[in-house]
Design a protein around this ligand. Structure first.
Ligand SMILES: [Cu+2]
Length: 335
C-alpha cells in the first residue's frame, strides 16, 4: 500500500516539476530598465521585458489621421472600418537610456488618431495580442454593449465594436480593464475625432495627447510630455505659418496627477471644450484639464518667431511637457 502511495506522490511531483525544469533550461533575452540586454535561464526580479522596441515619431503622429477603410452602406451612409491590435510586451525608450514597458494600440503610445464624420458608421475590429485582457472604450454616444467595459477581451481574443459617429468633437479612447490606472498609464489610449458634416474651416491641424510615464512604479510620473516623448517639440520645433489658422485637438490622458494644463506664449487661442460646439467657449492662453478632459484650440500667429507652449505647472514642463512653435512668414511658406 505504502509503495502505491509513494509512486502516486512521485508521479504527481514529476508532473509539477517537469514543466519548470523545461522552462528553466530555456535561455531568454530581456531588456532591463537601464537598457542592458541580458540573456538568462533564471528568474529576474521586475522589470523583465522582451526586447521588442517601439518606434514612435512625434513629428509624424502630430499631423497623422486615420480615416479607416471606407465603403458605402446600402442606405448611402459611410462605413469606416479600423483594425486595432493591442499588445503589452513592447518596450520604448521614453528618454535617453530610460526603457519602459508600454502597452500599445497598433504599436504606439498614443494609438492611432481615428477620425470619422458625424453620422458615419464606425466599425472597429479589435484584436488582443497581449498577455492580459484588454478592451477599447470609446467616449461618445453608443449602445451599452459597445462600451468596452463589461466585455473583457482575453489574450488572443477579438471583438467588433460598432456605433454611429456622434457627437461631433474630440474624444479619447482607452482600455477599460481593471486595474484601469495600470492599463491607461502603460499607454493604452488614443484620440477619436468626429468632424461636423459641414466640416470646420481649413486649418493646419494637429493632435496633442498630454501624457506621462511612471517609470519607477511609485504611482507618480517621472516624465511628462505632449505626445509621449519629453522635450521632443522643444528640440524639434513645430513649424507653422503666420496668419494661418492652427487647430489643435488636445486630450489630457495624464494619470496620477489630478490636473494638467496648456499655456501658449505670445498669443491667445479660442477654446472649444470637448469640441462639441462650433462657438468657442473662451479666448485665453491657459486651460486646465483633468483626466480625459479635452477640446479644440484655434489660433494664428501674426508675428514670426519661436513661441513656447507648455504646462504652466512648472514641475510638468521641467520634466518634459514643453515645446516650441516656429512661426514662419506666410510669404516664406513651410511644409
Ligand atoms: Cu488593458
Amino acid at each position: 500500500m505504502l509503495t502505491v502511495i509513494v509512486a502516486a506522490v512521485s508521479i504527481s511531483l514529476l508532473y509539477f516539476v517537469f514543466p519548470e525544469l523545461t522552462e528553466a533550461q530555456t535561455e531568454k533575452t530581456f531588456v532591463t530598465h537601464s537598457g542592458a540586454i541580458i540573456k538568462t535561464t533564471g528568474d529576474i526580479i521586475d522589470p523583465v521585458y522582451l526586447p521588442q522596441t517601439v518606434e514612435f515619431d512625434p513629428q509624424k503622429y502630430l499631423r497623422e489621421f486615420s480615416y479607416g477603410h471606407i465603403s458605402t452602406l446600402d442606405d448611402g451612409r459611410t462605413l469606416r472600418e479600423f483594425t486595432i491590435i493591442a499588445e503589452d510586451d513592447k518596450i520604448m525608450e521614453i528618454s535617453p537610456g530610460v526603457f519602459y514597458n508600454v502597452w500599445t494600440f497598433n504599436g504606439t503610445v498614443p494609438g492611432p488618431t481615428i477620425r470619422a464624420t458625424e453620422g458615419d458608421l464606425v466599425r472597429i475590429h479589435f484584436i488582443n495580442n497581449g498577455k492580459r485582457s484588454h478592451t477599447m472604450h470609446f467616449h461618445g454616444i453608443h449602445q451599452a454593449n459597445m462600451d468596452g467595459v463589461f466585455e473583457s477581451v482575453g489574450p488572443g481574443g477579438k471583438f467588433t465594436y460598432e456605433w454611429d459617429a456622434i457627437p461631433v468633437g474630440v474624444h479619447p479612447y482607452h482600455c477599460h480593464v481593471m486595474p484601469l490606472e495600470e492599463h491607461i498609464a502603460h499607454g493604452l489610449y488614443g484620440v477619436y475625432i468626429v468632424d461636423p458634416k459641414e466640416g470646420r474651416p481649413k486649418a493646419d491641424e494637429m493632435v496633442m495627447v498630454l501624457n506621462g510615464f511612471d517609470t519607477d512604479f511609485d504611482t507618480e510620473n517621472n516624465f511628462y510630455a505632449a505626445n509621449s516623448i519629453p522635450f521632443y517639440y522643444q528640440h524639434h520645433p513645430i513649424q507653422i505659418n503666420t496668419n494661418e489658422l492652427v487647430r489643435i485637438y488636445v486630450v489630457n490622458m495624464l494619470e496620477f496627477d489630478p490636473i494638467n494644463n496648456f499655456h501658449l506664449h505670445g498669443n491667445l487661442y479660442y477654446y472649444y471644450p470637448t469640441g462639441t460646439d462650433t462657438v468657442p467657449f473662451t479666448f485665453t492662453d491657459m486651460i486646465t484639464l483633468s483626466q480625459s478632459e479635452r477640446g479644440i484650440m484655434e489660433f494664428e500667429y501674426t508675428y514670426p518667431g519661436k513661441y513656447l507652449f507648455h504646462a504652466h505647472k512648472v514641475e510638468f514642463s521641467e520634466k518634459g511637457w514643453v515645446g516650441i512653435f516656429l512661426a514662419k512668414n506666410s510669404d516664406d511658406k513651410v511644409e
